[in-house]
Write a protein that binds this ligand. Structure first.
Ligand code: KIV
Ligand code: ZN
Length: 512
């Protein structure tokens, strides 16, 4: 009988640590629901003690998600652990994830603690946590660069205190597959009580080997949990990508001989939701979820695929949620057809009011664009569209004039706390003029650190999806806007980023 490989998703915790990827509570809730639909085993919902905002996110996710274990990260101290346990109280199944660095470098330079002090703190923190919750994960941070003898001592002690999962992070992405696999194997063989815990891998992608290292940890090391994120989002170069690791284990079941519980048909919708929420665009040649992942350009390949699909395809596109990109709906489609399509795409809305709101936007789009693709619908229902009434700034309308040889002018109408304002400016181009018009009224003072445009579907009739990254007082946020008119998409993206700056400022203020 094959074993089960547990999928621990940390998009909402480690993924959110990417500069600019911070998410609001509503956005995190939507992604958590999507992860539940995807059937991940564990959702790491945040780091409850890090801010009141994170505490509220972990609590809210614990209240609504029933089919996955909800986990909160905590430093290995009583205050953090108690706070995480409090946030997890409503969870049907909760997990405390404690971490403490064990590498000589981290202990000496960062923690300024001796190995004996770290050993004691690790042991006592797990003892404390175990009195609050049965499901305890322990991570020796920078584990892969730690002295194996010391690591064995610490891990044996925390398992004795009741840790049920032992996660071995390659925190800085330094590992190579064979060595990492044997590192885990060696720990499991040397630690006398290692069979009392599930072993887990957590790999960062600094050298582009996070997925390979994780798989080696599974195959050679015997780990039975992989920590990963949607689209490989995460600190610096990111984490192990969920879609890649899952499809590798499924496609090469002959080699791994493991079951994974993931409903792979929801992979693409989840990837798009995370990309549109964070503004982190998926590269076209990204495995599994990139736009070209199943596209065959060369004549020889096309010919082969037409004759027998498996000549050049090792996975079926529909198994990970790709449809034939057919026209799904048009302006005559009704609310029921729209609702059904949302369900087929794996998008669930909280209430009939949200569906109505999205349907109005769909009708508006269908008036301006004759063919509506799945990608358009996913863009429509992504974070920027549905939560509008709770936000400080909202787009209303825009007009602009540009002519060769003349400086473009724009006039933007938008709402500030529900009240309409109108603002005008000129600029280097129509996009520049429109964003300057908004900024001249709002006076956020934010610096734009990224502006990018991406066509949602193939043709010039496509909606443009714009990402704007703003930085202000050390805070970095991404705003995303979609519209067939890229100037309008840009204004929407800018307003969405301003809303996030505001909401992040509220979260930071709440900590004080
Ligand atoms: O990369 C890391 O070491 C982590 C731990 C907190 C698990 O994210
Ligand atoms: Zn990490």
């Amino acid at each position: 009988m094959p074993d089960k490989l547990l999928i621990f998703d940390t998009t909402l915790r480690d993924g959110e640590q990417s500069p600019g990827a911070s998410m609001t509570k509503d956005e995190k809730l939507r992604i958590a629901r999507q992860l539940e639909r995807l059937k991940v085993d564990v959702i790491e919902a945040g780091f409850a003690a890090s801010s009141n905002g994170d505490f509220e996110c972990v609590k809210a996710i614990s209240e609504v998600i029933k089919d996955a274990t909800i986990c909160s990260l905590a430093r290995a101290n009583d205050r953090d652990i108690a706070r995480a346990a409090e946030a997890l109280k409503p969870a049907k199944s909760g997990r405390l994830h404690l971490f403490l660095a064990t590498s000589a470098l981290h202990m000496e330079k960062k923690l300024r603690m001796t190995p004996d002090q770290v050993f004691e703190q690790a042991r006592l923190s797990v003892r404390f946590a175990r009195n609050l919750m049965a499901d305890i994960e322990f991570s020796p941070e920078d584990g892969y660069r730690s002295d194996p003898d010391f690591l064995c001592r610490v891990l044996e002690a925390v398992i004795n205190e009741g840790a049920t999962t032992i996660n071995v992070p390659d925190t800085v992405g330094y590992a190579v597959p064979e060595l990492y696999g044997h590192f885990i194997k060696n720990l499991r063989e040397r630690i006398p009580n290692s069979d009392k815990a599930i072993w887990s891998v957590h790999c960062h992608n600094d050298l582009g080997m996070a997925v390979a290292n994780s798989l080696a940890g599974v195959k050679i090391g015997g780990a039975r949990q992989v920590e990963c994120t949607i689209n490989g989002l995460g600190e610096r170069a990111g984490n192990c990508s969920l879609e890649e690791v899952v499809m590798a284990v499924k496609t090469r079941r002959d080699y791994f001989a493991l079951d994974v519980g993931i409903n792979t048909q929801h992979i693409l919708a989840t990837s798009r939701m995370v990309s549109q929420t964070t503004g982190f665009v998926v590269q076209p040649n990204k495995a599994v979820v990139g736009a070209n992942a199943f596209a065959h350009a060369s004549g020889i390949h096309q010919d082969g695929v037409l004759k027998a699909r498996d000549t050049y395809e090792i996975m079926r596109a529909e198994d990970v949620g790709w449809s034939a990109n057919k026209i799904v709906l048009g302006k005559l489609s009704g609310r029921n057809a729209f609702k059904q399509r949302l369900q087929d795409l794996g998008v669930s809305m909280d209430s009939e009011a949200d569906i109505n709101n999205a349907f109005i936007k769909f009708k508006d789009l269908a008036d301006r664009k004759s063919e509506i693709f799945d990608e358009d619908i996913l863009a429509l229902v992504s974070g920027e569209s549905v939560m509008r009434d709770k936000e400080q700034y909202g787009f209303v309308s825009l007009s602009q004039h540009s002519e060769t040889g003349e400086r473009p002018q724009a006039c933007v109408v938008f709402t500030v706390d529900g009240k309409e304002v109108k603002s005008e400016s000129d600029g280097n181009g129509p996009v520049d003029a429109s964003l300057k018009a908004i900024e001249s009224h709002v006076k956020s003072g934010a610096e734009m650190v990224l502006y990018s445009v991406n066509a949602i579907s193939g043709s010039t009739e496509s909606q443009g999806e714009v990402t704007v990254r703003l930085q202000n007082s050390g805070r970095v946020v991404n705003g995303v806007g979609a519209d067939p008119d890229i100037v309008v998409a840009s204004a929407k993206a800018y307003l969405s980023a301003l809303n996030k700056l505001q909401s992040k400022a509220d979260r930071v203020a709440a900590q004080g």
